[in-house]
Write a protein that binds this ligand. Sequence first.
Ligand code: NAL
Length: 328
Amino acid sequence: MNTHELMTRNAEEVVTAAEGEALAEDPDGKRAYVGYEPSGVLHLGHLLTANKLIDLQEAGFDIVVLLADVHAYLNGKGTFEEIRETAKQMRAQFLAYGLDETDTEFVYGSSYQLEDDYVLDLHTLEVETTLNRAQRAMAEIQSDETPTVSHVVYPLMQALDIEYLDIDLAVGGLDQRKVHMLARDELPSLGYDVRPALHTPILGDLSTGEGKMSSSEGVTISMEDDREAIEEKVNDAYCPPERDPEGDTVNPVLELFQYHVFPRFDRVVVDRPAEYGGDLEYEDFEALADDLESGELHPADAKTALAEYLDRLIEPGRERLATFRSGE
Ligand code: NAL
């Protein structure tokens, strides 16, 4: 796989595609980042963008992970002390998951977002941006409450971070798209450059394949889940034989293979008793999806393999979390 393929595999889009191509020409020393509101337990949503960071690290980018403590505070996630503590746990789980420690810079938002220059730039953006635009940027990040002033400050800070962290490529789920577009439109008015953004898809809900998989509603898999819990959730997952079912639903079992398993394992072995044809081996997602569609691979066997590989992915982070909880 060449650099551009590695950079864009499994991505929904790069804004703009041409800017992405130019970056892929010479990624060495370029900085790519994702910001996360600290959360004590990583779940598959976090790991999807982490997979992209690992791809980018392999492609030669320097990786910056913003532990967005001030953003979490603005989003009502707790006291500052609580958020700080969960940020530490989050960092440990990312490292256990496979981000290379020497090539990954973890930055606390509060380490620069409270300084004079930053705050004055933020106020300039507040003057430049309509309330309507800031609210729309936030709609997919925080939607279910009466909007507060903090919710319109949030996307402006996220836009400003792209400049202050000296980022060459902003990475996020598609739910971050409107924030990145706001950044592209508004940063030039402060004299700052426009940077490209790469968006990962939002996966469908595990049990129905409809809407989005998220930790707040429905089922996701997290670093808290043991093997048995993972098996249970995967067994209950929607898995029609088609790769692309009718209507607005997706096949979440295949999505998990595509976005979580194949990027991290060179091959996937599906154990099957000899009387059912023996083990199946796949080196890429397409081959597995073809076999599911043709009936060669039974959904039950696919689910057993999926649970096993997800368990392997989660195990190191799960152990880190357990040491934290036992008070280390
Ligand atoms: C992502 C988040 C918060 C702050 C950021 C700052 C810069 C770049 C990315 C950032 C979290 C994200 C979420 N908005 O919805 O999880």
